[in-house]
Design a protein around this ligand. Structure first.
Ligand code: PMP
Length: 336
């Protein structure tokens, strides 16, 4: 990092590791969550944004005032706006229109040039990542300084998690950690943290927790990229081996449905005052499964990826939940 780093950027990372009391009691384990929702942009993806932008600068790919283009489910876009604008770059953010209204509003608030596109499969030419790539290439052809951040296949993403998230977890647990597990979007978090923890030996089990509709559970269990079901959780659910995932081997993989995960989200809000997003619910449900496999007395770490207020119109909205046949907690139904 250079000495002219804006103060805001020094707030990224070094998040606390907090004990999730009720799931720890439930499993007689120590289940700890890395409080990534405390990053200034409200999610784990601030780290990715900082890692990718600093890497592009180091490689001489960005000139002052240049443009950073990215395709995102929202959080990486928010992180990129925050970091880029603090450093004097412009941003163009391409996002599938199916993502939460709140994330779109935050992006507009941060001054992103937001381009919403239909949600289409990865193979489609109009997939949001490919639209972002084309926009960056067109700017470059016009002689402008521009990069496509490419969080899925740019390994500066997993590197920042290796250097920061993983190193912090090892330090915060004094190496007393039995397993780490989380869901995958780009794979940057899981692969980077795995690399940092395994540097200290193979004692720490690395576990994947997949939401339904994602293909990695079957890939790691039986070598086949295959999915079943679907999930309303945003920011996770991968169908291919991204460059960030290449070379990663996990000790085991778990699969969690939305109906299984959401009660943990509501329970945390009701009893521990923590308001988290849907991918955190998948991660916590996965941590419970991991703890059950390991047995009492173990320490399991996962990621609390982003804040729940980002999904108020979905995961905390009885009408939305009913429309997806998902359970509505009593306290939420009462406010209907
Ligand atoms: N949860 C949320 C809310 C996210 O936005 C993301 C990033 N897409 C993830 C989890 C997954 O993190 P990663 O991309 O590092 O796999």
């Amino acid at each position: 990092m250079n000495e002219h780093q804006p103060a805001l950027l020094s707030l990224i990372g070094n998040t606390p590791l907090i004990r999730l009391r009720r799931v720890s009691e439930l499993t007689a384990c120590n289940i700890l969550g890395k409080a990534e929702f405390l990053n200034p942009g409200g999610s784990v993806k601030d780290r990715t944004a900082l890692g990718i932008i600093r890497d592009a600068e180091r490689r001489g790919l960005l000139e002052p005032g240049g443009t950073i283009v990215e395709g995102t489910a929202g959080n990486t876009g928010i992180g990129i706006c925050l970091v880029a604008h603090a450093l004097g770059y412009r941003t163009i953010i391409v996002m599938p229109e199916t993502q939460s209204r709140e994330k779109k509003d935050i992006l507009r608030l941060y001054g992103a040039d937001l381009r919403l596109v239909p949600a289409v499969p990865y193979a489609d030419d109009n997939h949001y990542t490919k639209v972002a790539r084309r926009i960056a290439e067109e700017l470059q052809q016009r002689g402008q300084s521009a990069i496509w951040a490419n969080q899925f296949d740019n390994t500066a993403n997993r590197r920042i998690h290796y250097e920061t998230t993983g190193a912090e977890i090892w330090q915060q647990t004094d190496g007393q950690i039995d397993a780490f597990g989380c869901a995958v979007g780009t794979g940057g978090t899981l692969a980077g943290v795995a690399q940092a923890l395994r540097q200290h030996g193979r004692n720490v089990k690395i576990m994947l927790t997949d939401a339904m509709g994602a293909s990695l559970f079957h890939y790691f269990r039986d070598g086949e990229l295959r999915a079943e079901g679907s999930s309303v959780m945003e920011g996770i659910g991968q169908s291919r081996i991204t460059a960030n995932l290449e070379g990663l081997d996990v000790d085991d993989a778990f699969q969690v449905s939305d109906a299984e995960a959401l009660p943990y989200l509501y329970d945390l809000l009701e009893h521990e005052g923590l308001c988290l997003g849907g991918s955190s619910a998948i991660n916590i449900a996965g941590a419970v499964q991991i703890a059950r496999v390991l047995g009492p007395g173990h320490t399991v770490v996962t990621i609390l990826c982003d804040i729940g207020s980002r999904y108020q119109s979905k995961l905390f909205n009885p009408q939305f939940l009913r429309s997806k046949d998902l359970p509505v907690p009593a306290w939420l139904a009462a406010s209907d």
